[in-house]
Design a protein around this ligand. Structure first.
Ligand code: MCU
Length: 411
């Protein structure tokens, strides 16, 4: 069990980004093989400025384009979604490279080896597949960062992913370390969470190419707890092939919104904030440092990160007994994320369950039927009821104040 620590060296106070770069790179798009990461439809006008000069103290409106145009259709949402993806990559997470020209997989016993070459450099990493003892191949599978700390039902394979191998996450000295950076250089903009998400995408590529995998790549889930829960949310946000995303106790940097965590901190709660997180570890791009003490300048927040997963399955697990995670920050942020699912007519594809009285990353049995409803629906093709949104915490989230937008029904 990893301790949730509050001690850290404060990050250097950095200057807020006041001058937007003259142009933004387009990190999203289609990969060399045409596999979508988060695709920018060609009909969307591309974002040319990074809107970081405005101050947005409340949660940013997911349904208004940077240009000011309101999103009223599902087709316009695909453009807004591409915009959110770019804003998150440029300002917070770093760029997720597309599928390189060479990705191959080999399966030997339960070990899947993934070989990747890009621009003359090569890396190789492995993932371990634990096949279910019941059910029928090809099996659905859950990719677990580190090790799964949720129960996995019968009939579902578990693929253990050593995410630290791709992006080291010991502390702030881990910047640029791990196999992802062997391939793309230690100065690559990606923080560790994008390095891991890229790794998950390459695992799926390898599974798609291996004829004997006995895994159904249309039914892939991803999970992780705590820091790895933050990572699981990012993986689900940046690969449309992931059918179900299950971040567990991800807290700040995952299911919490930065603005809400800052507000809790200002009210005296010992909660993790952007200011703390940028000095603690290398989960984010160094680009995020500029916002750590000026969160209202960030043109996005994590309700929109979760919204990138929509309308695919997303079940967010939180723990009210861990002050550091920020109960209200997670709850409020996911309430805001839910509006994106609702606008898409997919409220039931999203779930949030926040339950305390257990240790960090110890899954309580009271959440099991909820979790299984999502797994059964999205990975095992069963018809289940999945409109979970609950907390056992006592706090008041001012949704009208924090979410100053009306929820459209996207046509
Ligand atoms: C909740 O996730 C993190 C948290 O962000 C860190 O501040 C703390 O050090 O570690 C937590 C964790 O990953 O615990 C396993």
């Amino acid at each position: 069990t990893a301790a949730v620590t509050t001690s850290s060296t404060p990050p250097p106070v950095s200057t807020p980004v006041s001058t937007p770069p003259s142009s933004m790179s387009t990190p999203s798009g289609t990969t060399s093989s045409g596999t979508p990461t988060v695709s920018t439809p060609s009909t969307c006008s591309s974002l040319t400025t990074n809107p970081t000069s405005a101050t947005t103290p409340k949660l940013p409106d997911p349904f208004t384009m940077v240009s000011g145009t309101k999103v009223t259709t599902k087709s316009a949402w695909t453009c807004r979604r591409a915009e959110i993806s770019q804003l998150l990559q440029v300002n917070e997470l770093g760029t997720k490279p597309p599928k390189p020209s060479s990705v191959t997989g080999t399966l030997s016993g339960n070990t899947l080896t993934i070989n990747v070459s890009d621009s003359g450099k090569s890396i190789s990493f492995t993932a371990t597949i634990s096949y279910p003892s019941s059910g029928t191949a090809p099996y659905p599978a859950i990719i677990a960062y580190g090790a799964a700390s949720i129960p996995i039902p019968a009939g579902v394979a578990t693929i253990t992913f050593n995410n630290d191998d791709l992006g080291t996450q010991n502390d702030s000295s881990s910047r640029g370390k791990g196999k992802f950076y062997t391939l793309y250089g230690s100065n690559h903009s990606a923080g560790a969470m994008i390095a891991w998400a890229w790794g998950v995408s390459r695992i799926i590529d390898a599974l798609e190419s291996v004829s004997n995998s006995r895994i159904n790549t249309q039914r892939i889930g991803v999970t992780g707890c705590s820091r790895n829960g933050k990572g699981a949310m990012v993986a689900g946000a940046f690969d449309d092939r992931i059918a179900l995303t299950i971040p567990q106790e991800s807290g700040s940097g995952g299911s919490a919104c930065w603005r809400l965590s800052d507000s809790m901190k200002a009210g005296g709660t010992n909660v993790q904030t952007a200011s703390e997180i940028v000095g603690e570890n290398v989960w984010f791009s160094t680009a995020f440092n500029a916002f750590s003490n000026s969160v209202p300048k960030l043109p996005v927040d994590h309700h929109e990160l979760a919204g990138l997963v929509a309308p695919r399955g997303l079940f967010v697990i939180e723990n009210t007994s861990m002050e550091w995670l920020g109960n209200l920050a997670c709850y409020g942020c996911m309430k805001a994320a839910q509006t994106i699912y609702t606008a898409l007519g997919a409220t039931a594809n999203f779930g949030f369950s926040q339950v305390g009285n257990h240790n960090h990353c110890q899954f309580p049995s009271s959440q099991q039927s909820e979790l299984y409803a999502y797994i059964n629906k999205f990975l095992l093709d069963q018809s289940t009821t999945t409109s979970v949104f609950r907390t056992d915490g006592s706090f008041n989230f001012d949704s009208a104040g924090w979410m100053p937008w009306t929820v459209p029904t996207l046509s």
